[in-house]
Design a protein around this ligand. Structure first.
Ligand code: F6P
Length: 552
């Protein structure tokens, strides 16, 4: 029996108190909060392993945290966490457990599902990935003309692409010499075409990664890759160049991949939480099995932190509270992710799926329409690039955009001057966003530039920065595989806590189905040239327009 309470958070006593507290705090600036509480940093920042968290530049006080902590208790967060880790079927609409944490259970704590111990299966697949990758790296698994495999092409989309792609990019300094990973996701052939043109079939391995092995984009790209390969080599060589990662052996066999070359995972692994599973095969091939296990170890560390750290220093839980505070009380709508690290270029893209596919829901766990805000809009870009693009809006726009600043103190290169500049910007931005620039300092600055009083008066309003913009900062010692694992798990758990408090099911994604269904219908019409009159006029016209272009 599930111990999770499915209650409307806004009807709890703690939520009501948070509403009152919001009215007390909403007009106090961050600078005022620092003045009132000189020891603020002590309770709003902490070290945890290789991470330093600073939440002090947020509109929070001890009272905010204590009210959120009561909310978590009132809602039963403790039970929810246990339900997640113990494999209760908390993905109710699909009747599935949610056990991505079992995939990084390196310490092999027993975990069973429906009376079956799972860790034996997890480790069997890990071993299979290990042995396979070693064969590739040692030149024992060769291509059809006995050349070494040099290019690994992961064909997948959503969770079967974003996680491994993000991790491979982040761990570029760890890439095994002679191996280059590539990622193909879009059904738009503008992505696969140019890649195939530059690849040599003799040295290329395709990983067809799809939980269902039915996803239109992936199967279309997989068939294109297969045809390309057969044109250069022959059908009987496919085994050396195609492997599958899936939960669906039947479909893998139908596609023509030998089940021996299939790496399994299970329906209790959600697509967007699957990089820890065999979906991480491209990562193992790119950085080696040991680094992949370090990634898992880092995630396991964060799992333990999430389960055991007291609330005041429980990073994922605090981040979830902060997100809810802004989303539901300050009504901020969005959350920007700003990694000051080019290696994390795909991190916000990855988090978009992890967060928005999980918490973009408007029906609660009892099947009722929700009347409060749920999932935040996640976006972002690495600093410093973002500074020269959208930071204007964050600094001086009409919206408040809560920011997560992330950086690694030690770089993987030796260009100290670059890194000092990067870090100076990283630190400066959070200060600038909080402090802003008042009338007095703008006037002084303009005077020093010898502007006349009239010129100063005209320019003044444009040059003032209100400040008071909230930021959270995460400083990691270095972006090692282990720390990356912890960083990803940190956000996974933040998403879990938020979804739980919002009383939604975070682990299904029914909202993606309708578009797929309609695309299927429209594709049939495009192929037959007969447009169904049941479409609305705008849709009918668009199909006809496309058909007329196609015929011309
Ligand atoms: O369309 C959404 C989705 O189902 C994601 O949840 C998933 O990560 C992605 O498609 C890919 O699915 P699959 O791995 O089954 O190809």
């Amino acid at each position: 029996m599930s111990l999770i309470k499915d209650i409307d958070p806004t009807q709890t006593k703690s939520w009501k108190k948070l509403e009152q507290h919001f009215n007390e705090i909403k007009d106090q600036s961050l600078i005022e909060l620092f003045k009132k509480e000189p020891n603020r940093l002590e309770y709003l920042s902490f070290d945890s392993g290789n991470f330093y968290f600073d939440f002090s530049k947020n509109h929070l006080t001890k009272k905010t945290l204590s009210l959120f902590s009561s909310l978590a208790k009132e809602m039963g967060l403790g039970n929810a966490k246990n339900a997640l880790f113990q494999g209760q079927k908390i993905n109710k609409t699909e009747d599935r457990a949610v056990l991505h944490t079992a995939l990084r259970n390196i310490k092999k704590k027993p975990i069973s599902l429906d009376g079956v111990e799972l860790m034996q299966f997890v480790f069997a697949e890990l071993n299979k990935m290990k042995n396979f990758s070693i064969k590739i790296h040692e030149g024992k698994h060769l291509g059809y003309s006995s050349k070494r495999i040099e290019n690994i092409v992961n064909i997948g989309i959503g969770g079967s692409d974003l996680g491994p792609n993000m991790v491979c990019e982040a761990l570029k300094p760890y890439w095994i010499k002679g191996i280059t990973p590539h990622f193909i996701s879009n059904v738009d052939a503008s992505q696969i075409d140019p890649l195939l043109k530059k690849l040599n079939p003799e040295t290329t391995l395709f990983i067809i990664a799809s939980k269902t092995f039915t996803t239109q984009e992936t199967m279309t790209n997989a068939r294109t890759a297969r045809n390309w390969f057969i044109n250069h080599a022959s059908e009987k060589e496919i085994d050396k160049h195609f492997v599958a990662v899936s939960t669906n052996s039947q479909k893998v066999i139908e596609f023509g991949i030998d089940p021996q070359h299939m790496f399994k995972f299970w329906d209790w692994v959600g697509g967007r939480y699957s990089l820890w599973s065999t979906i991480g095969l491209s990562i193992v091939c790119a950085v080696g099995y040991d680094h992949f296990t370090d990634l898992l170890k880092g995630a396991e560390k964060m799992d333990e932190h999430f389960l055991n750290a007291p609330l005041e220093s429980n990073a994922p839980t605090l981040m979830a509270f902060i997100g809810i505070w802004y989303n539901n009380f300050f009504k901020t709508q969005t959350q920007v992710i700003l990694p000051y690290d080019q290696r994390l270029a795909y991190f916000s893209k990855y988090l978009q799926q992890a967060d928005m596919e999980s918490n973009g829901k408007s029906i609660d766990r009892n099947g009722n329409q929700i009347k409060y805000e749920t999932g935040q809009i996640i976006w972002g870009e690495p600093g410093t690039n973002g500074q020269h693009a959208f930071y204007q809006l964050i600094h001086q726009g009409t919206k408040i955009v809560p920011c997560d600043f992330i950086a690694a103190a030690l770089p993987a290169h030796d260009k100290t001057d670059h890194h000092d500049k990067l870090m100076a910007n990283f630190i400066a931005q959070t200060e600038a966003l909080m402090k802003g620039k008042n009338i007095k300092s703008v006037k002084l600055e303009l005077k020093q530039q010898s502007l006349s009083d009239k010129e100063i008066k005209t320019l003044l309003p444009f040059k003032v920065f209100e400040g008071n913009r909230p930021t959270s900062t995460i400083l990691i010692d270095k972006l090692s595989p282990e720390n990356l694992g912890s960083l990803v798990a940190l956000y996974e758990h933040k998403i879990f806590v938020q979804g739980f408090i919002w009383n939604i099911f975070s682990f299904d994604q029914w909202g993606v189905e309708l578009g797929k269904q309609l695309a299927g219908n429209i594709l049939n019409e495009i192929k037959s040239g007969e447009v169904d009159k049941s479409h609305d006029p705008s849709t009918q016209k668009m199909i006809k327009k496309y058909l007329s272009h196609k015929r011309s």
